[in-house]
Every structure is written in C-alpha cells, then in structure tokens.
Design a protein around this ligand. Structure first.
Ligand SMILES: [Ca+2]
Length: 330
C-alpha cells in the first residue's frame, strides 16, 4: 500500500475476527499490512503449501467509496476473474520455490487479457495480451513454450522463448492457416501450474463489443460509460456523453456499428433515443452524422475499404444518448 495516510483506526482493528492477527509495517515509502487469517476455521479452506487460489480484500464504506485490493470493475465485489492470486507458502514466504507450486489448478495460473474466444479476421494477425502475475514474486526465469494448436490438438505454431517481463503481447500471424478454431497455449518449463490455454479463432467477420475497454480508446474530455441494456438481463452497451469520443481499430474491408434494440411501451423503457445523432468517421474519411431514426440496428459505416487496419471514431452528435452494442469488422 503506498498511501502516506494509511492507518488502521482502533475501532476497525477491533472488528477483525479474533482468529485473525494483523501487523502493520513500513518499508521506505511503502506501508505493508501482514494479516494472519485462520483459513480453515474462518473461510473453510483446507489448504496445503503450494496451493494457489483467487483472493480479494474489499472495504465497503460507502462514504469514501469501495476499495479493492485487486481492482474490480463496477460495484460487484464477487468477481473471481478480477480477484488477485494468493499462494500458500508456509511460514517462510521468501523461501518458497516455484517447483513447490501445486499443479491441481486445471485452468493454470497465467491469464489472458480478455475472457472468451479471442478472434481476428481471416488472414490478419491476432494479438493477445497475457498476464503472469506470480512470476514477479516467484522469480521465474525459465523458458516458456508458446504454441497454437488446431482442433485436433496438432501444434501448428510452436516457439520457445525466455520472457523477462510480463504482461506480454503476442501477435500471431496466421500465414496460410485456414479460418477456424484454434487454441493458444503458454507453458513454463519449470512448473505445470504456470500455464494458459485460451480458445482463439480466425473468422470472416469479427465482433468488437463497444463497451470492451480493452478494445476502445477514449479520446474525449468525458469518459463514455457502460450499462446493462435492458438492466440485468440484456447485453452491455456503451453510451457517449456530449464530450466523449472513442476510437476502435481492427482489420478488414468493411465496418458496421450495431445499436441495441429500441423498446416500445409497455415494456422496458429507457427513454427514447429517436432524436439521437452520433457522429462517426472511418480513418480520415469525412465525418458522417448518423441519426437513430427508425429501427436500423446494423449501420454500415464504410464498405469496400482497402484491406488492412482501419480506425472508427465515434462521438456524440446531438439529442439523447444512443446505446452502442458492438462494431463489426469484415
Ligand atoms: Ca455489447
């Protein structure tokens, strides 16, 4: 913790269950908090040395906001995919070595930057960012094997590499690979636990979720915002504010923008976006004003573009906010 003002008031320290102990220390400008938690009696975890699991520590104090040890987007505290990693090292944490890491975790302890299948347009490179949060602590300098496997499990690309720093962005060039489903794998030579396998695909059209922060760049004075649409049951959409501007880039020869459906009463009512106008441009082409009149959900922004990387820029034009669901590059 790097806050100069960090302290644990007596009344909060008193709330820590009696099975827990806590020690606050200081190393230069850093404050460290050492918590001893009786895992089996408090949390029901029967751990062994080498076990790794996801952990988050959350402070719910509405007057000063919710504070997470590992950042969790929005107000949901319980999102295991956003939680940090925890390893049971035994009493001498500094003496824990990589081979002691348990291999019981079938999903591996390396993470891809995006959940689900990571896709690219047929014939174009596919980029993915890979996080390996434990290596900094475990001092792993062993080589890694990076490979791409087809549906039958055959390795169609394989490379050994020594990676000094994480996260790493890999750019996979399909060359002559046909469109289809593949698997991208990363494996440490020294620990089976340090592994990753994620589905990837090359396909003829790719969908970029408008609300995916890993995919858009916010360039305006105001950040855009994301909402469930309709709340709780529908898709996630992106709304632009008057001073918002976002750009999305991908490969292809055509770009479409998909709007979330409008609803007529009775039913979920989110106000009308009938007077909404968005301003859009592709690459350095002139700006277009796109009115949301009617029920057109799929709006062609540009077709017959030269093959390659293209950039869509979208900003608020006038009127109500319009729910942007996704972009399609084909
Ligand atoms: Ca969406």
């Amino acid at each position: 913790m790097d806050s100069e003002n960090y302290h644990i008031p007596d009344e909060v320290a008193g709330l820590v269950p009696t099975q827990w102990t806590m020690k606050v220390g200081r190393t230069g400008a850093l404050r460290t908090v050492e918590l001893s938690i009786a895992l089996s009696s408090v949390l029901g975890i029967e751990g062994r040395i080498g076990d790794a699991f996801r952990l988050n520590i959350v402070r719910n104090r509405m007057e000063s906001g919710i504070v997470h040890w590992s950042p969790t987007e929005g107000y949901a505290n319980a999102r295991p995919t956003n939680a940090g990693y925890c390893i049971l090292t035994g009493p001498a944490a500094s003496q824990f070595k990589l081979p002691q890491l348990s291999t019981n975790n079938p999903s591996g302890l390396i993470m891809a930057g995006r959940p689900g299948t990571i896709t690219a347009l047929t014939g174009y490179p596919l980029s993915l960012t890979v996080f390996n949060p434990l290596t900094g602590v475990l001092k792993d300098t062993s080589p890694y094997t990076v490979s791409v496997h087809d549906k039958t499990g055959r390795a169609v690309l394989k490379q050994q590499m020594t990676l000094k720093s994480w996260p790493q962005t890999f750019t996979l060039r399909p060359d002559a690979l046909p469109a289809g489903q593949y698997s991208f794998r990363v494996q440490s030579a020294s620990s089976k636990a340090l592994s990753l396998a994620v589905p990837i695909a090359w396909q003829s059209a790719i969908f970029v979720e408008a609300e995916d922060r890993a995919q858009y760049k916010s360039e305006g004075k105001e950040a855009p915002f994301t909402a469930g649409y309709p709340r709780g049951v529908g898709t996630e959409v992106l709304y632009l504010r008057p001073e918002s501007r976002v750009t999305v880039s991908n490969y292809g020869t055509a770009v479409y923008m998909i709007m979330a459906p409008g609803f007529l009463g009775p039913g979920p009512h989110y106000g009308s976006s009938a007077d909404a106008v968005l301003r859009c441009k592709v690459d350095n082409q002139p700006w277009r004003r796109i009115a949301m009149l009617g029920n057109a959900r799929e709006i062609p922004l540009a077709e017959n573009l030269p093959p390659g990387l293209h950039k869509v820029t979208v900003e608020w034009g006038q009127g109500a906010r319009a729910p942007i669901d996704k972009f399609v590059f084909a």
